[in-house]
Ligand binder design. Structure first.
Ligand code: FAD
Length: 397
């Protein structure tokens, strides 16, 4: 059976950034297990759904991103045995490792809301969370003239927790510019008891929602969807009240959790209801298996799951993995940095950056990012994608 010094499971944002950095650190005999021919830059899917970016811009061939000198195993992992130090794939192969990096991302649970799996992608129901549907979101927004538009966020941790709100603002801004917003009722369903966990940004978001006349339902989630008859059941978890809303378009975000085989493995945190991998929140090293590390969406870390967080996690993980391998070297610590770029209009963005302490943690301190700004929107639309393709996946930043 094949065996590698370092085996990375997942060739998405976290897996590729990690593999590239390991190569730069001079590590050899690395393999990446990844079944997909496509590599996606998901943050732009919000702008695909908002009619401001093409899906093509968000995709690259995986083949081009696997760093030189790294072996690509084109398969999906189906099980891991951390005692035997092996990973099994759907091709029936068993791959051994000395060190393992889990970077599988999370799993979208379309069946988590009854009716959603059948409804999404047609009949006025869309979701920017899949490249299959994001272009359809824009079709719905563009063709809407009047009626009710619902935007939902599920309970539980999700990747880019701002994304369910952003598309509601982009849509409302478009309808306002078309002179249609007066005829469209916009309902935003959020599971939390406020629009955002940190006060300075919360106030700006409340102002944005009020400016568009959006009805915000807090402590609420969609519990069922009847696609053919265009009805969504919304439950307020604080009061238990249930209402059934008729809609003319619905943007849904599915519930999310760790891939089933990860959740079922000994590497999952038994205390994580979503099956995420139990790593030390500062070192990203597994708490029970020191030769295992995890980062990105699949890691059980008490911060927002974003690509921005991965950018700060990858250098920490690689430094600690290399120190573990060599028995010497400086260890690094991850402070929980994550960021949430709230697009609030066609040309405005508010960048919320914070850490485990929920302290604002600005990259550029002189800019007041508690307000939505045009320069920040340009960063989101053009700056960050360029940084991603030229820097992050090459292990440079
Ligand atoms: P991914 O990038 O999802 O990669 C996981 C990889 O693992 C995939 O390539 C997958 O094919 C592979 N994989 C899955 N299962 C297996 C298996 N069994 N075996 C092998 N490989 C497997 N982040 C931001 O920073 N800013 C934003 O504005 C932002 N907006 C977003 C908007 C949307 C609509 C979405 C969906 C996400 C957004 N994100 C944003 C989040 C960001 O995309 C993720 O946090 C980031 O991609 C996480 O990286 P990852 O490598 O953990 O997961």
């Amino acid at each position: 059976a094949a065996r590698h010094r370092v085996l990375v499971v997942g060739g998405g944002t976290a897996g590729i950034a990690t593999a590239a950095r390991l190569r730069r650190a001079g590590i050899t005999d690395i393999a990446v297990i990844e079944p997909s021919d496509d590599h996606w830059y998901q943050p732009l899917w919000t702008l695909v759904g908002g009619g401001q970016a093409s899906l093509d811009e968000t995709r690259r061939a995986e083949e081009k991103l696997i760093p030189e000198g790294v072996r690509w195993i084109r398969a999906a992992a189906t099980a891991v045995d951390p005692d035997a130090q092996t990973v099994t794939t759907d091709r029936g192969s068993v791959v051994g490792y000395d060190y393992l990096v889990l970077a599988t991302g999370l799993q979208l649970d379309w069946d988590g809301v009854p009716g959603l799996a059948d409804a999404v992608g047609h009949g006025a129901v869309s979701s920017n969370y899949s490249p299959r549907y994001a272009p359809y979101t824009w079709e719905l927004i563009r063709n809407m003239r009047s009626g009710t538009a619902i935007f939902t966020q599920p309970a539980g941790p999700i990747k880019c927790a701002g994304a369910p709100q952003k598309i509601a603002y982009i849509a409302s801004d478009y309808w306002r510019r078309q002179g249609l917003l007066d005829k469209i009722r916009v309902v935003l369903v959020l599971p939390g008891d406020s629009m955002f966990g940190i006060a300075s940004w919360r106030q700006t978001l409340e102002g944005v929602a009020a400016r568009y006349g959006i009805e915000v339902r807090l402590s609420s989630e969609m519990t069922a969807l009847d696609g053919p008859s265009h009805k969504a059941t919304i439950v307020n978890n604080a009061t238990g009240a249930e209402e059934i809303l008729d809609f003319d378009m619905l943007h849904a975000v599915p519930p999310q959790r760790a891939p089933g085989w990860v959740a079922a493995s000994p590497l999952a945190n038994p205390a994580s209801p979503f099956g995420y991998v139990e790593v030390d929140k500062h070192t990203l090293q597994h708490r029970r298996y020191p030769n295992v590390f995890a980062l990105g969406d699949v890691a059980d870390l008490p911060t927002s799951k974003t690509g921005a967080a991965v950018r700060k996690q990858a250098p920490v993980l690689v430094a600690n993995l290399v120190a573990e391998m060599r028995g010497v070297g400086k260890r690094k610590s991850y402070d929980g940095y994550s960021s949430c770029p709230f697009v609030t209009a066609r040309d405005r963005m508010m960048l919320a950056e914070f850490d485990y302490e929920l302290e604002p943690s600005p990259t550029i301190p002189v800019i007041d990012t508690t307000k939505d700004r045009r320069d920040m929107w340009l960063l989101k639309r053009y700056g960050l994608p360029a940084m991603y393709w030229h820097g992050m996946v090459k292990g440079r930043i």
